[in-house]
Design a protein around this ligand. Structure first.
Ligand code: 4AD
Ligand code: MG
Length: 477
């Protein structure tokens, strides 16, 4: 039977009414006070037991992690720290948690330790707060696009294309592990595979998203994406969730505006709906900052940082201007960058992006008009013949949050760009058809959802904002 959730109980006026709760024990102290949590909110419900009437055997089983059903009367609390408490009249153990081997004890565990116990870590205050905020952010994504007249398009997860052309693909095959059929070229014969061709997990829903935008006007995708990139950083996952809006008749300027409004909507929604969880994570972050040397400490608390981003326009800066700023910068002159900034045309590394955002502009920055040579084939060529209408939105502490562009809508130019990138136009004839039949100016971008959750929670490692992270060498749980 569903019982009221603790978040509801904690905001109910206590009048001695009978209430039943089902929840897990966080702590049990003085044989009298049980802190109960059911995941509905950060706060625990204090249940007060009369240990004399309970019996030692039952008391012994009230251990951290055990699952209880408790009947009691809701009364005003005389103790400090909570407004209401439950005076227990009946208690049963639904599930024991042996005190000897339950891994989560009421003390601080390191995030590294908790990653190894990912099947249990959502029971900690930190991970539960992050998961509730993740939910609020996900809901805000759909809310924003629905309000703006976009349609949610479900693009395929198994595909035969490499949208980003970077070749970081996870193969999908049902060919037998032993005795793989071989073709005339001596390679695996994917003609005999499940789909009759070589397939992989998608790296982006963009190409199909563009087909949707050319019919429905404004669409967005929100799905898992997979990249077999050997990046062991605090900002990369092998499986992550990406949000990709695509808009017909929108140019790069419109795209920048959309990316800013969208980012701000998510931040505002989380600030509005997850106050207690945010304050908890803010305190946690400030404590962690105290452990760092003064010079490396964040200058703002979490909530303050989020408010700052909401209150200020994102800075817009062309790639060319950014290179000038970087060339003249102190760390470049003093040889502090691992990759010195010398020539126009180089790809920006995360050290450069972080300098621009955290030291120079001190605000989220939209960089645009990148050299064509360092960006994907589908971006629109500028009149200068060397830059494309690309944009990256960079965030403090995160780096690249969003990557997008105005798309190359001219059939002949797109074919040329594909050939230059070594992509066989025949393989993407369906994509080229959008340029053949009723083409128009259009734009879109992709936001890494976990990077946004990292930003709004202040978590240092992307592996701690997704329940079960997939990274090189790790696919447990
Ligand atoms: O910049 P990316 O590669 O762009 C695209 O995939 C385009 N098709 C998007 C579009 O225009 N529709 O990826 C977009 C975003 C990045 O800015 C980053 O936030 C995130 O996806 N991202 C990752 N997040 C976590 N782990 C990874 N390995 C990521 N790779 C990209
Ligand atoms: Mg990118």
């Amino acid at each position: 039977m569903p019982t009221p959730r603790i978040d509801q109980i904690l905001t109910t006026r206590p009048q001695g009414q009978a209430i039943q709760v089902q929840a897990w024990v966080r702590t049990f102290r003085s044989k009298r006070f049980i802190a109960l949590n059911d995941g509905s909110c950060l706060a625990n419900l204090q249940a007060v037991v009369d240990f004399e009437s309970m019996g030692e055997d039952l008391l012994k089983r009230i251990t951290t992690g055990a699952c209880l059903r408790v009947d009691g009367k809701l009364v005003e609390s005389k103790g400090s720290g909570q407004l209401v408490e439950l005076h227990v009249t009946d208690l049963s153990i639904l599930g024991d948690a042996s005190a000897d081997d339950y891994p989560l004890q009421p003390k601080k565990h390191s995030m590294e330790f908790l990653r190894e116990k990912a099947h249990l870590r959502m029971r900690t205050n930190t991970m539960a707060a992050v998961m509730r905020i993740r939910h609020a952010a996900s809901f805000a994504v759909h809310e924003f696009f629905n309000k703006e007249g976009f349609y949610h398009l479900h693009t395929p997860i198994i595909t035969s294309s490499d949208a980003e052309g970077a070749g970081e693909l996870f193969r999908v095959t049902t060919l037998p592990e032993k005795a793989i059929p071989i073709n005339e070229e001596g390679k695996a014969d994917y003609d005999q595979d499940f789909f009759g061709q070589k397939t992989n997990l998608t790296v982006s829903g963009q190409l199909e998203g563009e087909l949707g935008a050319m019919a429905l006007g404004k669409i967005y995708t929100f799905g898992p994406t997979f990249r077999a990139e050997n990046s062991n950083t605090t900002r990369h996952l092998s499986e992550f969730w990406m949000i990709e809006p695509e808009v017909a008749f929108a140019d790069l300027e419109d795209n920048m505006e959309l990316s800013e409004a969208f980012s701000k909507h998510i931040i505002a929604a989380v600030m509005d709906r997850c106050k207690a969880d945010l304050e908890f994570l803010d305190e946690r972050m400030q404590k962690e900052e105290q452990l760092k040397p003064q010079a490396q400490r964040a200058t703002m608390g979490l909530v303050e940082k989020l408010q700052f981003v909401l209150d200020n326009p994102f800075v817009r800066c062309s790639y060319t201007e950014a290179i000038e700023v970087l060339k003249r910068s102190k760390p470049n002159k003093k040889g502090k960058f691992k990759y010195p900034v010398e020539d126009w045309g180089m790809d920006l590394q995360s050290e450069h992006e972080r300098f621009l955002v955290e030291k120079h502009f001190k605000s989220p920055v939209i960089l645009f008009d990148y050299p064509a040579s360092i960006k994907a084939f589908y971006m629109r060529m500028n009149e200068d013949g060397k830059t494309v209408r690309a944009m990256d939105v960079l965030f403090p502490g995160i780096g690249e949050m969003i990557g997008g562009s105005q798309r190359e809508e001219r059939h002949d130019v797109l074919v040329e760009k594909m050939e230059a990138a070594g992509i066989d136009p025949a393989h993407l004839d369906w994509y080229l058809d959008t340029r053949k039949f009723g083409t128009c100016v259009h734009s879109g971008f992709g936001m890494g959802f976990e990077r946004m959750v990292q930003f709004v929670t202040g978590m240092g490692n992307i592996r701690d904002v997704i329940p079960f992270p997939r990274t090189p060498g790790n696919a447990a749980f």
